[in-house]
Design a protein around this ligand. Sequence first.
Ligand code: B1M
Length: 210
Amino acid sequence: MNTLDKIAQALIALKSVEVGSLVKAALEENISAEEILNSGLIKGMNEIGAQFKIGKIYVPQVMLAARAMYTGLDILNPILSEQNVEPAGIVAIGTVKGDMHDIGKNLVAMMMEGAGIKIIDLGTNVTADKFIDAIKNDGAQIVAMSALLTTTMQEMKTNIEQITNAGLRDQVKVMVGGAPITQEYADEIGADGYTADAGSAAEMAKEFLK
Ligand code: B1M
């Protein structure tokens, strides 16, 4: 088994410390941070999601998996968000109201930071007024929203409506993403951009900020 498979397996086995050691070992083998993320950590997390879906594991185990994921991400973060350019612009990012999932959102933030963008991280369970405040008072040029639940994704539509009602819609680009989001949904709610993964989200944000 190669180191990337070992990382995925250690995450599935909920072994946080082992995930940390294996991520360090992979970096020493000169495997790129992106590959460790995609073919190790995210691969393992997808399996956790599949096991959770069929009732093979429960919320406490998923939380332990998230902790193992963060052990790995903490090591990769400085590499993924390494930047040596002037800030290209400002993005306010958050997971929408009612939704506590933050791993994907944090990855998008890290990749955007790596692309030289200043990030205002509003955290999870973010209401429309917080996004509006970030546009009005912190100069956010892009609002980036993440949702992982089919029950919370409609908050994105509400937030876009609230931003429009506040008279700010033409001042910002709105980007959406997260497992249940599709291009079709993004079009339906009037978002400016959707991407399926964090790397493409950073590329799109850079384009918008040009
Ligand atoms: Co939750 N959960 N969870 N969970 N959880 C899912 C999302 C679920 C699909 C699991 C399943 O059934 N298979 C399911 C949702 C079902 C649905 O709505 N259709 C689910 C459920 C049901 C729940 C609870 C309701 C469970 C319960 O309590 N009974 C509950 C809800 C809590 C709440 O939010 N109110 C809950 C809780 C949790 C934990 C707290 C235990 C934990 C979260 C820990 C944390 O985030 N700190 C958790 C986890 C870890 C998951 C799974 C297993 C993994 C999510 C994850 O981090 N993936 C997830 C199953 C799955 O997705 N396969 C699941 C890794 C991450 C890198 O991927 O976030 O998709 P993701 O981000 C991707 C892309 O989507 C994209 O970039 C990333 C990759 O590059 N992306 C963007 C994300 N945001 C973007 C924004 C962009 C662009 C791209 O532009 C702005």
